[in-house]
Ligand binder design. Sequence first.
Ligand SMILES: Cc1cc2nc3c(=O)[nH]c(=O)nc-3n(C[C@H](O)[C@H](O)[C@H](O)COP(=O)(O)OP(=O)(O)OC[C@H]3O[C@@H](n4cnc5c(N)ncnc54)[C@H](O)[C@@H]3O)c2cc1C
Length: 432
Amino acid sequence: MAKYFDVIIVGAGPAGSLAALKLARGGANVCLLERGKYPGAKNMFGGLLHNTPVLNEILPDFHERAPLERHVYRKSISFMTPRAAVALDFENETFDKPPFNGYTVFRPAFDMWLAEEAVKAGALLSCECTAEDLIKKDGRIAGVTVKGREGEIRGNIVIAADGVLSFLAKKAGLRQDFKAENMGVGIKLLLGFPEETINERFHLVRDQGADISFLGAMGDMRGGGFLYTNRESISIGLVTHLDSLKASGKAPYEVLNDFLEHPSVKKLVKGGTPLEYSAHLIPEGGYKAIPNLFTGGLMLAGDAAGLCYTNGLNLEGINLAMTSGALAGETAIDALKAGDYSAKILSSYKKKLDESFVMKDMKTFKNAAAMMHLERLFRTYPRILANIMERVYKTDGVPRSKLLRLARKEALKEAGLKGLISDGFKIGRSLL
Ligand SMILES: Cc1cc2nc3c(=O)[nH]c(=O)nc-3n(C[C@H](O)[C@H](O)[C@H](O)COP(=O)(O)OP(=O)(O)OC[C@H]3O[C@@H](n4cnc5c(N)ncnc54)[C@H](O)[C@@H]3O)c2cc1C
């Protein structure tokens, strides 16, 4: 016999668990389905949990109770050529005082903790339970069929928080097939170190953490590198477009090995003990690739809704996932009170998202997805910067130029006037 819930949430990642927590606290009979052995078992990301208003509001003491590694104090971006690197390093005392700007975390520990908070509030968590299909009744979604637990689970509303490849969104007709150009792939290695080595190597004290991005780190491929310090390990890896990885003809681990061999990366990872290697997809199509977010009886949240973006400086997903999950939960509570699960009532989810930072940020950087396809961003511009710095510092008897003249000469030599104008326009539209 089919079980019945007010709301069924598919996926116990950050989006799903926040939705479950919000609903359980609102008194709903809610079921959270997770295909992994436990929440987070199959999940990975770079490592930065951005400080999110929704987390502070719903779990104000998460700073003390959540399994957090370090608070991010140092932010750096390094522009690389095969033999040089130009770095911009940012430290700010305000990032060293609560409320902290962000934390490094491990997904298995963090996701499990978040799901347990939902369970404490009254949600039913069912692991090793994969939703396979949607059940439709009277023209709307009315439940899911599951593998791992026999039969059907029925409910008034389904929230699909099943991640980047959300096949529930596809089954509901809310999204088209994916295009490889809208999909990023992340490759990550976790390396163990003694805590003191990390503090010394990255100039940190106490539980300060570092977040370093690398641009131009991948030869002919479009993409960049990341490094986050945990308490006794570092998370290091790369994010590239799926089509760019395919065109390179290389396996993900080969691309990562090349990156780790770069002279300025090699010294950061020296002596580390490999603990874990993983790869995962990232929705990188930005605002223009967001699918329809709801239909009768169903809402999409987090990566399933394409709510993740990168603008070359930040990669944000987990904070957007948690906020959208909470807003989907809030909308479901209103629908349950009204006894109406139609597309019309669920459309307020889209309105709530539009009013939140989630959709505002997605819109602000709506052109960034196209900018991230500019080949010159990853090869030519880091080279221009490195060439300029080399000429500024090199003492070889060649007469010096003033900085602006030097920059103009290098930029014209490497990118050409037409290239500079066209890229300047695209980068300006994306970031300025
Ligand atoms: C390499 C990499 C680096 C990243 N770095 C960062 C970063 O530093 N900071 C940041 O903010 N974001 C980062 N992101 C993005 C971030 O990880 C995602 O945006 C975020 O995890 C989305 O959360 P979610 O809950 O929507 O989906 P997920 O975290 O993917 O969770 C989906 C859950 O659904 C479960 N599931 C899937 N299908 C089913 C099914 N049919 N039945 C039951 N369960 C199912 C999965 O097992 C999983 O637990 C990164 C991503 C990658 C890949």
